[in-house]
Design a protein around this ligand. Sequence first.
Ligand SMILES: *Cc1c(COP(=O)(O)O)cnc(C)c1O
Length: 367
Amino acid sequence: MSCDLFQLATQGVQGLQPYQPGKPLEELEREYGIKDAIKLASNENPLGISPKVATALQEALPQLNFYPDGNGFRLKQGLAEKDGVSPNMITLGNGSNDVLELIARAFATSAHSIVFSQHAFAVYPIVTQAIGATAIKTPALNWGHDLNAMLAAIREDTRIVFIANPNNPTGTCLDKTELKAFLAAVPDNALVVMDEAYFEFVDDPNYPNSIEWINEHPNLIVCRTFSKAYGLAGLRVGYSVSHPDVSNILNRVRQPFNVNSLALLAAEVALTDKDFLQRSIAVNKEGLTQVSAQLEALGIGYIPSVGNFIAVDVGQPAAPIYEGLLRKGVIVRPVAAYEMPNHLRVSIGLSHENARFIEALKQVLGR
Ligand SMILES: *Cc1c(COP(=O)(O)O)cnc(C)c1O
């Protein structure tokens, strides 16, 4: 019976593999009986949430009987001010994953193709496959995106090019000059989606604020999120900035209340807590330095990262190493599904968490 039902699903959906999230702490504790485990698996904020946000959420609980503001008026005002754009350029999503999917559904069908890079964020192949579009995956260059290969891969039926900058899980990033040249060369039939989930963490002067390019390149859509530096992964809120004609289209496919009222409020308040944001960025910067230096000292390979995570090259199939770390109460992320079978992605935590990861890795690798 279940087999017949499976045949009813669209061909694209039949070929889908569900997204593999990081293992929740509770699950590790349940399955392995480990009590004091730490999770460095989903690029979450190790500082928790802003205290300002926590207070605002408490106060908002009695109003949960009301539907959210379906237009997200106040959050869009805050974002418009922060990003120097007009509110009609903003599309809110239940996480930026929601926006990525809206873009795919609004602009592509099984008659179209979507271009993305090898080792790029797993959601791109998933949304492509879900709508039955053709995936064109270009080979990576030094673990990052090869923009020349991506440009060459764009066909007449290409509607979307996904670029993760920085990329997850490799932590690589593209600079202003190469991206500008790429945008200038992309044909009009393709939208370029610049997925900047880790924007706030990057302090490289050659890293662009691509929102400034939307006027010149109306086919550019920039996606950002509150899940990482703002620490709101559990509430699910992200957004895109685009030409108003694009956001108008995205608004038509969007569910009327896709962002819940607590998420809207939390994001709005999070924008006002600059201190929390700065601390998140500072803690990450220190942690990145700490983990990179320790890996280097141990002679363990890694891909230099500008995000809040590092892809560590364990020099052998990573699955047993992942298991070994789990048994020591450290959850990291296997990335074999990203064609990186010898790497593990570890999120940057607080200093003592980073140290615990390094110590566990040392023991598991026998260094
Ligand atoms: C984490 C992440 C996102 C954001 O996901 P949300 O749905 O906003 O939580 C988007 N793109 C990339 C590359 C990411 O790593």
